[in-house]
Design a protein around this ligand. Structure first.
Ligand code: SF4
Length: 1538
């Protein structure tokens, strides 16, 4: 039989069964309480409750986030709520307790610390109006938990059930109590009545007069109407039957208890529905007699069922005992056992023990009746550690009970003696009892004797464990970085603070007090120094001079700290007593950076006073308040839990520095705010955002939540310095650029709403919503009516086309369909589903619905409300409506077979629902599939004719031809050499975007328009345009930059981008997050750094790459010169770039639009190339540039003089592929032959020209050089190039590659200069709290005089450091941990593209995920003994292949969010393509495949055998011989062919 081992489980189970909602208070969301694991398991098992109509809910709340605030809203909405918590929440919750006492809430409290709890937390709240029940054994904890719930429901009043879980854990296991008994105990009728009521109370501050009351029927009201005069419990109470009171009321029983009935509402005279029409009904507050009577009834039921009986006071001991001990606290079982075992020599033999079960209301008479008449003396032992009165509260209770009690005959008033009970161990319990009873028996017993130890064992360890979530350490690390040794956090967790519990020491108010004391201490020290200076008591002269200087600057942190060490040094050599005295407090010479750390608990009412005290004090104290509430949680938040805006609160004070920051939003801004806060003389409040749902959330989730919150204005980044004006600066700095407009709009609206609410207070909280919905409804109606009006003049049948569209395809299809309908004479109207007034649906004649598919088979945003209405409506009658549905989706979007149902689900659901509502289908549903040759158009072109046929308009003559869609080729031709309307687009401030055709053209200028994918859905939901921003890619041949250029790039990223830089796989700088307004300044800044961006993207020759070869400087110089020559030779000639980006804005110098400027493009012509074109140079033996993977790959050949002689030329390499489209494939370059170095640019030019003229310009998926060569044949192509060029390729020379990865660490070149290759994971240069890499590199660039070279594997080489500068450089490297290259071989050889959040083509994460995946594989690598072995692993977010995945030994290519195709068998030095091994696999499967494979490789590989080769030898994958063979003999067919 299942058994219960702990009180936590016993109580959690009953709370769950007896509630609609359990508020589970936990130390942190990642740390369980003694109840929470059980509660969670019930929820997970979906265990049914006893009183809840649906499944009971459990809500976890942090202990310091004002947990009882969570009770109000649900309980007022008729939910039966209970709370499981420990005693630490009670005192801070006192204001809530007084109000909640009048609701039937049950709070189960486990006393803390569990080994030696402090009962003062109970006695301190004894007057709050709750009923208090105490459990002393494990069995009692279950029985009294049931009693508590039953009593709360019956009485309508709150019950606190408390117990010492630590003691109860020693008891024998108990069985689970039968649900039936609980059902019997709980007044289910009362529960239902409560659940059906809604309370109108809203305030949680003021007393609203609510009093739990009873409806009393007929004359019975008089029976119990004597609240002030305690009476003996009536016999009737003892006879309370075992059925709920209300049920008996119906049977007209005549007992007092049967005829009263609880009224759940305040002071209302509402009669119980059970009252008969002839009886009069009155209400009165619930009295202590009612509680006593109800509890007796409850306990009678328990006794009937279990034979266990309970009384308000429990007495154990002989019936003729003459003395007894009243225990409040301590382990009564332990005391009981000692008394039982007492011998005649023991003074405590045959004494009784009294313990309270019903602590409040305190029914003194019950106490007397429980204790034998023979008892003459009672010792009252209270375990109250925080004593505020001379006499213990329980002692006073007893004294009051005895005083003037109406004693029965033969009973004397016992003598009462109070004791303070300390910690009593099993071995000292006899000693304690002896002390107590010897005193008690003495003639003049002493009051208030202390018994036991005042300190419990290992208090700190036993204490309730507070945890600072790991995530929040980010801010702590930054504080340490900024302030170093000066940092003093006054309320730091886990910091030893003698004699203070860790909970108290972490309390901000405590910390504040400590800081004040510290600052006063230092002030005294300063005064002391000033005095000492006057006395000149030093042996030497120096101390006086330095101390004077120091005393003047003591309050200026920078100056005082700079002088401090000098002062200390002078004092140390002085040797005088005066000097020694000062040195004893030498730490005070430094001025600390004083910080208090708090959580968003301070934003709730109960914690807010902490902020208030600090701000109001005006003291120079800095507060860092970490807010972790995610945006999504905020959006769904319970209104009564709404937090105070601490920032605004502090700003209103006017004397505080306030900043709102987010480490995952802007690292730099956090640093800035921390420094400014510390400098500010006065209180500073830094509100730091770090949203997470669970402390175990990974950083990516936190980053995404942060971005959403900042972008949507929920967490704007700003800094407020009330004294900035004095320096002529703005007080308020808004640092989150993008929200500026939205924030302003919000403020305006907020202001308007405030006015409105003032005028119409009755609408109060609901006004904004109802106003908004009203406006939306009116807008819908207006739009529809306007449309109808427009259509009035037209003839023909009506056709309403409604669309739901996320990416615009469904919308443009709908609009095109409506236009075509018009051409066929139909009165067609088109609008988004959510703009359509749903009530008009039944009056439609012909309805066409076009929807795409979002997320997990969901409706796109602008169709969700429509679908909800259609889905849930029961009164839509569509019997006269004819409809057709076309759905757009991707049959391969969902990798798992069981998820296939999501393919086009919205369209299918809609069709089925309209049929169910009586609609008639015009034609069967059309399914557009992105996997079809023409994507969704394939299905659409079959479906549309059927629709016209069904509508009878298929044979209409004379329909005009539609213009063909604009192609990229058209855009290029019409652009006037890449001008288009880019300038107009840049000047349009109404949108963050530029037009679609300009977006194609800007690529040629080196910039792509993107939108932040992390924010896309949320912004759509808010009706905002996507968060557009631009990526800028520099053109940097060979990846060589000077240190000065690095600093300039760094500044661009900081000031104009998103504070990060990407070093790309094409050896260049890439900036992301540049908003439109900053695009031109960024371009100008790049050009000022003597770089350009022209032709960094687009259908032109891109950045020419070249090996970095740090060890051969001379050879590098030769090769690099060629790379530059080729780069410059193939640059486009258009002047549009300079016109648009570089020239001044005065409008005079140039005319940018129109045809006024006629450029010439001698190499490219007006249509440029059919597709992008890439050239790279590799220097054997390192193929670090992946020479086979580019349109042209040049292999440098050394001459006899060790100088560059020429190149072997490869042509036709390329990576881009489309999933499931076998006509696309990656390809390695084909050998053309050898060309001398002087001629190489001409050879490249002519290869490019053949591609220009023969590349496929109709199908961009077939336009790369690789297809041109395969279509022509390699030899024909070579001949064609030679005929263009007029020269021939010589036979290729021999070469040998050994790897395609970088060599990390220091290398020396032949000139004696040093080069250091950093490991920059996936090329991302950024600062994080753990690793301020960007700052480190900036500091390095400031002193470095050589170059910084970007490697094609996205790493970085500090190039050309002379020996003399080595120590300085090495020290800096060490300081910023930049010298760390001690990573696994797997990580060092890995590479990922950007993908989310900026790349518009990404289907899955890449750069943000690969590092995590590698971490998960590193154990396997270690176990296999492969830590130092390199396995080339690459990942990309889509098959475009930016990180060149197809030549990696193992690759993962994004297929859908979280799903990847896996490829194996690539050549170690990039010479061989890999092949599909598994399609659409998720992390779990990846790990399941990779871990054993790595192990096997470790065990079974041959000497020197590479991973890719091993996979082929083992037969895991077939070898890929060439591009055309890529899709053949794969290990798994892609799903379309299944
Ligand atoms: S491979 Fe795809 S997802 Fe990755 S950056 Fe390139 S286009 Fe974007």
């Amino acid at each position: 039989m299942a058994t219960i081992l702990t009180a936590g489980e016993a109580v959690a189970r009953i709370a769950y069964l007896a509630s609609d909602l359990v508020i589970s208070v936990q130390p942190s969301l990642a740390t369980d309480s003694e109840f929470s694991t059980f509660l969670r398991s019930y929820t997970q098992r979906k265990a049914p409750g006893v009183v809840s109509k649906d499944l009971p809910e459990v809500e976890a709340v942090r202990h310091n986030a004002d947990p009882l605030l969570s009770v109000f809203q649900p309980i007022r909405n008729g939910k039966i709520v209970s709370v499981t918590a420990n005693s630490s929440i009670l005192l801070p919750s006192i204001p809530h307790l007084y109000k909640l006492a009048q609701y039937p809430v049950v709070i189960h409290v486990s006393l803390q610390p569990s080994v030696y709890p402090d009962y003062s937390e109970i006695t301190a709240i004894r007057q709050c109006g709750f009923t208090f029940l105490q459990s002393d054994t494990l069995q009692e904890s279950q029985d009294l938990a049931m009693s508590a719930h039953a009593l709360a429901l019956k009485s309508g009043k709150g019950v606190i059930h408390f117990f010492n879980g630590g003691n109860l854990g020693q008891d024998d296991p108990i069985p689970y109590e039968d649900r039936e008994l609980l059902k019997q105990l709980l007044d289910v009728d009362a529960a239902r009545r409560f659940q059906s009521t809604k309370s109108s109370e809203t305030t949680i501050y003021a007393d609203d007069g609510r009093i739990a009351s009873l409806s009393v029927v007929g004359s019975v009201a008089q029976v119990n109407a004597s609240p002030s005069s305690p009476s003996r419990p009536s016999q009737a109470a003892e006879k309370v039957p075992s059925t709920p009171v209300s049920a008996n009321a119906r049977s007209n029983s005549s007992t007092a208890s049967d005829s009263s009935h609880r009224n759940s509402s305040e002071g209302s005279g509402r009669a119980s529905s059970l009252a008969t029409s002839i009886e009069s009904v009155t209400t009165r507050p619930v009295t202590f007699e009612d509680i006593d009577r109800m509890l007796n009834g409850i306990w009678a039921i328990i006794k009937d069922a279990t034979k266990r009986s309970y009384e308000p006071f429990s007495y154990t001991g002989p019936a003729n005992a003459t003395s007894a001990i009243f225990l409040f606290g301590a382990d009564s079982a332990l005391f009981g056992q000692a008394i039982d075992e007492a011998t005649s020599n023991d003074v405590f033999q045959k004494v009784g023990i009294i313990t309270p079960r019903l602590y409040r209301p305190w029914i003194g008479l019950k106490l007397l009746s429980s204790v034998p008449k023979t008892v003459k003396k009672i010792a009252v032992a209270e375990q109250i550690r925080r004593k505020t009165t001379k006499w213990g509260p329980v002692l006073l209770d007893l004294l009051m009970s005895m005083k003037g009690a109406d004693l029965e005959a033969g009973r004397e008033t016992p003598q009462i003696v109070g004791y303070q009970l300390g910690y009593v161990e099993p071995v000292t319990v006899r000693q304690a009892l002896r002390g107590i009873f010897q005193n008690l028996m003495s003639e003049k017993p002493l009051q208030n004797l202390e018994v036991g130890r005042s300190q419990g064992p290992n208090l700190q360890e036993q204490d309730y464990v507070l945890e600072q979530p790991d995530l929040e350490n980010a801010y702590m690390k930054m504080l340490r970085q900024v302030f170093g040794d000066r940092l003093h956090v006054a309320n730091q967790l886990r910091k030893d603070d003698a004699g203070i519990s860790s909970q108290l020491a972490a309390n901000p108010e405590y910390g504040f007090g400590k800081l004040i004391a510290r600052s006063e201490h230092r002030q005294r020290f300063i005064n002391e120094v000033k005095e000492v200076v006057k006395t000149r008591d030093f042996t030497t002269d120096a101390p006086n001079k330095w101390l004077k200087k120091w005393a003047l600057e003591a309050e200026d942190a920078e100056k005082a700290n700079a002088t401090a060490s000098d002062v200390i040094m002078r004092l140390s050599t002085d040797g005088s007593p005066a000097a020694s005295k000062l040195l004893a407090s030498k730490a005070l010479f430094y001025r600390e950076a004083n910080w208090l750390i708090g959580s968003d608990a301070w934003a709730y009412d109960l914690g807010n006073s902490g902020v208030h005290h600090v701000v109001a004090s005006g003291q120079n104290v800095n507060m860092l308040i970490i807010d972790s509430q995610p945006y999504s949680e905020h959006a769904a938040a319970d209104v009564t839990r709404r937090k105070k805006d601490i920032g605004l609160y502090a700003m209103n004070f006017g004397n505080a520095y306030v900043a709102s920051v987010a480490v995952y939003g802007s690292y730099t801004q956090v640093l800035q705010a921390m420094i400014e806060a510390e400098k500010f003389e006065g209180p500073s409040v830094v509100m730091a955002y770090l949203p997470y749902n669970r402390e175990t959330d990974n950083p990516l989730t936190v980053l995404q939540e942060t971005k959403k919150s900042i972008d949507l204005g929920y967490w704007p980044l700003y800094r407020w310095n009330p004294r900035a004006e004095e320096k002529g600066e703005e007080n308020f700095q808004l640092d989150s650029e993008r929200v500026r407009a939205e924030l302003q709009a919000f403020l305006k609206r907020d202001n308007y709403m405030t006015q409105l609410m003032k005028r119409h207070p009755q609408f109060a909280a609901n006004i904004s919503e109802s106003y908004g919905s009203e406006v939306r409804a009116t807008q819908k109606r207006k739009a529809k009516d306007a449309y109808s009006k427009l259509l009035e003049g037209l003839y023909g049948a009506p056709m309403t086309v409604l669309f739901a569209s996320d990416n615009g395809n469904a919308e443009s299809l709908a609009k095109r369909l409506a236009n075509r309908g018009k051409a066929r004479g139909l009165k067609s109207m088109v609008m988004s589903m959510d703009d359509y007034p749903i009530e008009d649906l039944p009056s439609e004649e012909n309805l066409v619905l076009i929807t795409s598919t979002a997320g997990q088979g969901e409706f796109p945003q602008n169709g969700r409300a429509f679908w909800e209405a259609v889905k849930t409506s029961t009164d839509l009658d569509l019997t006269t409506v004819k409809f057709a549905v076309f759905a757009l989706g991707d049959s391969h979007y969902w990798p798992r077979k069981e998820d296939k149902i999501y393919y086009n689900k919205p369209g299918k659901d809609l069709g089925a629902r309209l049929l169910a509502l009586g609609g008639k289908s015009l034609t069967e549903i059309g399914l557009g599939d992105d996997q079809d040759p023409d994507q969704y158009q394939t299905g659409y072109s079959e479906w549309e004719p059927k629709l016209w046929q069904a509508l009878g308009v298929d044979k209409v003559e004379g329909i005009p031809d539609e213009p063909p869609p604009l192609t990229n080729e058209d855009i290029k031709i019409q652009s006037n050499f890449l001008r288009g309307t880019i300038v107009e687009g840049l000047n349009d401030v109404s949108t963050g975007a530029i037009s679609a055709s300009d977006a194609q053209l800007t690529k040629f200028h080196g910039t792509y328009m993107e939108d932040d994918r992390d924010l896309r859905d949320e912004r759509k939901a808010q009706g905002l345009e996507p968060a557009y921003a631009f990526m800028i890619r520099c053109r940097l041949p060979g990846g060589v930059a000077t240190a000065d250029q690095w600093l300039k790039m760094d500044a661009i990223a900081q000031n104009l981008g998103n504070e990060t830089m990407k070093l790309t796989t094409r050896q260049t700088f890439q900036f992301h997050g540049v908003v439109k307004g900053k695009l031109k300044p960024a371009m100008q800044a790049i050009n000022k750094a003597l770089m350009t961006t022209i032709a960094a993207c687009g259908d032109v020759n891109r950045n020419v790459m070249c090996s970095v070869i740090p060890s051969q400087s001379q050879f590098h110089a030769d090769v690099y010169a060629c790379a530059k020559r080729i780069n410059d030779h193939l640059l486009p000639s258009t002047t549009a770039y300079h016109e648009i980006w570089i020239r001044d804005d005065d409008g005079k110098k140039t005319q940018v639009a129109g045809d006024a400027v006629q450029d010439q493009e001698p190499l490219y012509g007006s249509t440029y190339l059919p597709r992008k074109f890439k050239i790279t140079i590799a220097v054997p033996p390192h193929n670090d540039t992946d020479v086979y993977a580019h349109d042209i790959g040049l292999i440098a050949i050394k001459g006899a003089d060790d100088r560059l002689e020429g190149f072997n030329v490869l042509a036709g390499g390329g990576m881009g592929v489309t999933h499931n489209m076998k006509k696309t494939y990656p390809r390695t370059g084909s050998m053309m032959g050898y060309v001398s170095k002087d001629n190489i640019h001409r050879a490249c030019e002519n290869i490019m020209l053949v591609q220009r003229d023969h590349g496929d310009r109709k199908d961009r998926k077939h336009a790369r050089l690789k297809y041109t060569i395969d279509d022509m044949g390699v030899d024909v192509f070579r001949t064609k190039v030679e005929s263009y060029w007029g020269e021939s390729f010589a036979p290729a020379k021999s070469f040998h590659f050994t790897s395609n990865i970088d060599t990390f660490g220091w290398q020396k070149d032949e000139n004696g200069l040093n080069h250091f290759t950093f490991f920059i994971e996936n090329g991302r240069i950024e600062d994080t709290a753990d690793f301020p890499m960007m700052t480190g590199l900036r500091e390095l660039a400031k002193i470095h005089r050589g170059e910084l070279r970007l490697t094609p594997n996205q790493h970085l080489v500090l190039s050309g450091v002379p020996d003399a500068q080595l120590p300085e450089i090495k020290e800096l490297l060490k300081k910023y941990h930049l010298d760390n290259t001690d990573f696994s071989g797997l990580r060092l050889s890995s590479s990922a593209c950007v993908a989310f959040p900026t790349c518009g083509l990404a289907m899955a994460e890449s750069e943000r995920y690969l590092p995590e995946l590698i971490t998960k594989l590193e154990n396997a690598v270690e176990d296999a003994g492969l830590r130092h072995d390199s396995i080339v692993m690459r990942m990309t977010g889509c098959p475009n292949g930016c990180a060149r995945p197809w030549v990696a030994e193992v690759a993962f290519v994004g297929k859908a969010y979280g799903a990847y195709n896996m490829y194996l068998g690539g050549g170690y030095h990039g010479q061989r393509l890999n092949k599909l091994y598994r399609s659409s696999i998720k992390e779990e499967e990846i790990l399941d495949i990779m871990r054993p494979l790595i192990k096997r490789y470790g065990l079974e590989r041959k000497e020197g055998e590479r991973f890719g080769d091993f996979c082929i030898r083992m037969g895991l994958i077939n070898e890929t011989y060439e591009g055309k063979d890529f899709h053949a003999n794969t290990a798994e067919e892609e799903e379309e062919e299944e």
